[in-house]
Design a protein around this ligand. Structure first.
Ligand code: NAD
Length: 483
């Protein structure tokens, strides 16, 4: 035990201590990275910064491990356990990386500039400026799609950013405490304790499962008089939940939810959200107004304005409405120096964390190859501009041969490792590619697999330790119900 603790301490200390870094070099090209999500963070992890001055611009100065966000919303995990400061990723890089907390507001692909603004509450004298780039990685992600449905922004909680999960946790406990207020009628208790989740994609299913766990594992003991009045309803416009999973796992999820008393309303569309109710269109097109205390909006994402504006500047090349059109090397169509990765890019795969992280790692390799090519070109030009001697001629020929090699870039290939989702009651589902076939599993063993898969996907030892500790804490002491 002492040996393991010693090894753990050693690795943690090594992880914590920043390395000695090279300063920015005016001779090197400027690589601007917009974003700090899955795509950008995976790129930064793998990127060799020797040949670039790297500048990261993102409204959040951290990476958020989004698959565990629903666990934060019910207090299974501490919010701080699933975020990692971007500087934590960049501090071991060969050359210093600048991290700027700001929102990119405009990209000019002709002048090669990015305009960005400080979005924090406390601002200094300068709150907006622009920067020139040689290469740009556009990894700004997406934002919540509301379809212009009335009341969504005002009366529901999203499940996209850390503050959304924190807001949901506060509102959920608020509903419980208001329901516990003396003299509340049973109708009002029922309304306050009716939780409606909109969207039967993985986010909506995971949130519903987590609320159920909170109810069964903690609320039954803390609020025994209220627990039986809590109701969870999952609303989905399509004929089934989780369309990306196999039929067998959809059925498994539906029967698990049935046992857990989570109502699934399919072919049902939310038409409006009011302060104390949701307006639903049922499969027979009838409209019903259902009283509720909390609505969680997990109905999908759309492109950000900065992405739409950038695409509009290249109307000939950018005609895909789903996102930035890219070539086989993830380079934005119509440009020679912008790459788009993650949820803002239109590819033939669903926009998942897995796709974004593979794209980021791929782009790191491409940028290393491009740096090599740029260095060779500079060397070639110096040799060609200088006096041609017997020694320089073979070197020129050798560089020309190497240049031909660097021109050949391997296209991006997505390797699908499977889909995983937590469905509550200590059960998860997994669709895994398996010996040229597919392995669809669900249950408690899959849940343990889900936990270990997520633990190992977490980017740092620090986050792995924090998440594992939170899981142990909840097992021992339950979730915290204080607000
Ligand atoms: P999603 O787009 O997958 O699902 C949203 C659902 O909301 C859709 O099924 C849609 O039909 C429904 N919907 C939209 N408007 C509605 C309305 N007015 N009324 C009722 N239903 C409505 O969204 P998501 O779950 O946030 O996922 C986003 C992306 O992230 C997807 O690509 C998903 O695969 C991925 N993701 C994966 C995981 C995982 O693998 N565990 C977890 C979270 C997200």
């Amino acid at each position: 035990t002492i040996g393991s603790l010693g090894a753990f301490y050693y690795v943690a200390q090594k992880d914590k201590t920043p390395g000695v870094q090279l300063p920015h070099d005016p001779e090197k090209k400027t690589l601007v990275v917009l974003g700090s999500g899955w795509g950008a963070t995976s790129l930064l992890k793998s990127l060799d910064t020797t040949d670039y001055n790297v500048i990261v611009i993102s409204p959040k100065n951290y990476f958020l491990f989004t698959p565990l966000l629903p666990s934060v919303a019910v207090g299974t995990l501490n919010p701080r356990s699933i975020i990692q400061p971007t500087r934590y990723v960049t501090r071991h890089k060969t050359r210093q990386v600048s991290v700027i907390e700001a929102s990119a507001t405009e990209v000019d692909p002709i002048a090669k500039t990015v305009k960005f603004a400080d979005t924090s509450e406390i601002q200094g004298e300068v709150a907006e400026t622009s920067i020139k780039y040689d290469y740009l990685v556009f990894a700004v992600g997406a934002e919540v799609q509301t379809f212009g449905i009335p009341g969504v922004k005002e009366h529901s909680c999203f499940m996209k950013e850390l503050e959304d999960a924190e807001k949901m946790q506060r509102r959920f406990l608020d509903c419980l405490e208001s329901a516990a207020f003396p003299g509340q009628s049973q109708d009002e208790v029922n309304r306050l304790l009716h939780m409606v989740v909109v969207g039967g994609g993985p986010t909506g299913v995971e949130v519903s499962g987590e609320i159920h766990d909170f109810l069964e594992e903690d609320l039954r003991s803390w609020y025994p008089e209220l627990a039986n009045s809590v109701r969870i309803t999952l609303v989905e416009a399509l004929p089934s939940v989780l369309p990306m999973f196999s039929k067998q796992l959809i059925d498994y999820t539906e029967s698990t939810f049935k046992e857990a008393k989570i109502d699934i309303l399919t072919k049902t569309m939310v038409k409006e959200i009011k302060e104390k109710s949701v307006v639903l269109q049922r499969p027979d097109k009838s409209i019903v107004e259902v009283p509720c205390g909390l609505v969680i909006w997990a109905a999908g994402n759309k492109l950000r304005k900065v992405t739409q504006d950038l695409m509009a500047r290249l109307p000939q090349a950018q005609t895909n409405r789903r996102g930035v059109a890219v070539d086989a090397h993830l380079r934005m169509e119509g440009t020679d120096s912008i790459w788009a990765i993650g949820d803002c890019a239109a590819t033939s795969y669903a926009p998942t964390a897995q796709v974004a992280s593979q794209q980021g790692a791929y782009l790191a390799r491409i940028l290393a190859q491009i740096a090599k090519r740029d260095n060779l070109e500079v060397r070639l030009k110096t040799l060609q501009d200088g006096p041609q001697t017997e020694e320089t001629k073979p070197e020129i020929a050798s560089i020309e041969r190497q240049l031909v090699k660097t021109e050949k870039l391997r296209p991006f290939h997505y390797s699908h490792q499977g889909s995983l989702a937590y469905i509550g009651s200590d059960k998860a589902i997994a669709d895994l590619p398996f010996f040229n076939g597919n392995l669809a599993t669900g249950g408690v063993a899959t849940f343990l697999f889900w936990r270990s898969a997520y633990l190992s996907t977490l980017f740092s030892l620090r986050n792995r330790t924090l998440v594992a500790t939170d899981w142990i804490k909840v097992k021992l002491f339950g979730r915290d119900v204080s607000r």
